[in-house]
Design a protein around this ligand. Sequence first.
Ligand SMILES: Cc1cc2nc3c(=O)[nH]c(=O)nc-3n(C[C@H](O)[C@H](O)[C@H](O)COP(=O)(O)OP(=O)(O)OC[C@H]3O[C@@H](n4cnc5c(N)ncnc54)[C@H](O)[C@@H]3O)c2cc1C
Length: 254
Amino acid sequence: MKIAVCVKAVPDAAAGRRIDPATNRIDRSVELAISDFDTYAVEEALKLKEAAGGDGEVVVISMGPEKAMDALRKALAMGADRAVLVTDSALEGADLLGTARALAGAIEQESADLVLFGQQSADGGGACLWSAVAERLRQPVISQVSELTNEGGSVTGKRQTEFGYDTIRAPLPAVIAVSDSINTPRYPSLKGIMGAKKKPQDTLSAADVGGAAAAGTTVTALSPPPARGEARKIEDDGSAADQIVEFLAEKRLV
Ligand SMILES: Cc1cc2nc3c(=O)[nH]c(=O)nc-3n(C[C@H](O)[C@H](O)[C@H](O)COP(=O)(O)OP(=O)(O)OC[C@H]3O[C@@H](n4cnc5c(N)ncnc54)[C@H](O)[C@@H]3O)c2cc1C
């Protein structure tokens, strides 16, 4: 089975995340790292390949600046076979539709049996790109999957919801967004890290993926969330519970 895993390179948490006041978008000029949520999707793909006795291929696909390839190497070090990065100045600042078009174009070229996503990116956090990509591919999608079973021609996902679980079966090819409770991503071994550099790492332009473009939306303004109302910080010196009850009573909440 050929599995494509979409991973996003996001500003490294250690570098801090800030909004670029010139564009009103996240500043991505800092060092990039693979979005943590996407390591669960890479792990699940590797587990499916291992369960098939090592048959098949795991390809990681991303859209981002050229330096995003450095972040993709973590997925290669974990065990993915190949990386494909869609990178082009025409795609700079791509919004949801632009990103979905570019990724769907790259995935179509791979003819993958299964496409895996993380549940959300660690920077944008929209938790919706997988549905836009599935729509463009005209493939079924199951999101928030905490357990995935491959039956050959179909997959079954146990989907976490607010009130319990849905169990959904979809014919292949299908798009699955995994939740961060599905597995424990492995750490790359030293051998994996050394080997990652030699694995195929291809780049595609916007033209290569069907002329995807950044699309026409602009962030015209940003408004900070409203300031918090009155807040009191309570340090627990043994009387925290009493202080909380007193505070709630003052507010007539108990
Ligand atoms: C005007 C405008 C400009 C924007 N400019 C940028 C920009 O310059 N850079 C930018 O990153 N975003 C930009 N965005 C946001 C852009 O829409 C989102 O990054 C993109 O749609 C993905 O959404 P998300 O980050 O919320 O991902 P989510 O929907 O939260 O991601 C879900 C999953 O999709 C996959 N995924 C997400 N992004 C990628 C990716 N790029 N490559 C591969 N897999 C991915 C991952 O598996 C992830 O776990 C812009 C938005 C607007 C409106």
